[in-house]
Ligand binder design. Structure first.
Ligand code: NAP
Length: 286
């Protein structure tokens, strides 16, 4: 079997076009969706990511502003700035780029963002809303993975989904989203004994570890759907995922590539969350 590719880049493009259309409709009502991005310090990867976020936003008609602060910014000043953005009705989404400098308590900073503007979906209120099935912002990466499953018309009811990784931003919310769609979910992590025993039984595998070749062909049931969240470098210094793509694609039914899979979807879902924040603000009854 050779797996069908789930083209995250193409799907993200479709989603961005939808966002552009809904944004135009909001603008016609006098609402300009706006994302405020805060970056503290000068981490090179964060600089690239925040630049993408601004460009992605402006390309779809959202407005976005990046505020950069020095690495020695006092935490109290950052909290004050976030509170000002919370109070600013023209700002619909607030995103604090992680990681923050070591002297800052990231969770405390995230908790300062109003849940109504928490477009990264990292606030405990957002995590809690996802947990109990209430409206709230879903973290962009697992949300993008769900959209990919939806795009192939995959019915998760009663299927065994194995999530490898249990981080607060990917693994745990991914498990909650799959559970909400009636999958039977197993969450594996670094202390899992015999990972292969779980993955071999899985109809859907989401690998979110950050290590190359965590999932190889001998660990995958024929026809399974494999979603690769990982971002690693191969020996040539090129971006690769957690999955041995060449091997696994000969066994799986569907597979996401890296690059061109989950990455573009994560970027697209931030736009969706920002747009929805603006739509909700413009329509408080909903
Ligand atoms: P993380 O916080 O480091 O979590 C990694 C998880 O993998 C942990 O739960 C860890 O277990 C588990 N793990 C480590 N080694 C393992 C092993 N050998 N077998 C099974 N599980 C193992 O990372 P993250 O933030 O969730 O991100 C995961 C990966 O996704 C990274 O490569 C990251 O760059 C990538 N990512 C990509 C996107 C995108 O847009 N494409 C977005 C976010 C993240 P313990 O909990 O026991 O330590």
């Amino acid at each position: 079997m050779t797996a069908q590719i789930i083209d995250g880049k193409a799907l993200a493009q479709t989603i961005r076009a939808e966002v552009a259309g809904r944004t135009a409709a909001l603008k016609a009502r006098g609402i300009q969706p706006h994302l405020s991005i805060i970056m503290v310090g000068d981490d090179p990867a964060s600089a690239v990511y925040t630049k993408h976020k601004v460009n992605d936003s402006t390309e779809t008609g959202l407005s976005a502003k990046l505020e950069r602060y020095p690495a020695d910014m006092p935490e109290a000043d950052l909290l004050t700035r976030i509170e000002a953005l919370n109070a600013d009705a023209s700002v619909h989404g607030i995103l604090v780029q992680l990681p923050l400098p070591k002297h800052m308590d990231s969770q405390k900073v995230i908790e300062t963002i109003s849940p109504a503007k928490d477009v990264d979906g990292f606030h405990v209120a957002s995590a809690g809303a996802l947990m109990v099935g209430r409206p709230g912002f879903w973290p962009c990466t697992p949300h993008g993975c769900m959209k990919m499953l939806e795009s192939i018309g995959y019915d998760l009811r009663g299927k065994h989904a194995v999530v490898i990784g249990r981080s607060n931003i990917v693994g745990k919310p991914m498990a909650m989203m799959l559970l909400a769609k009636d999958a039977t979910v197993t969450v594996c992590h670094s202390r899992t004994r015999d990972l292969k025993a779980f993955t071999l039984d899985a109809d859907v595998i989401v690998a979110a570890v950050g290590k190359r070749n965590v999932l190889t062909a001998d660990m995958v049931k024929p026809g399974a759907v494999v979603i690769d969240v990982g971002m690693n470098q191969n020996d040539e210094g090129k971006l690769c995922g957690d999955v041995d793509f060449a091997g696994v694609k000969e066994v799986a039914g569907w597979i996401t590539p890296v690059p061109g899979g989950v990455g573009p979807m994560t970027r697209a879902m931030l736009l969706v969350n920002t747009l929805e924040a603006a739509e909700r603000a413009g329509n408080p009854a909903h």
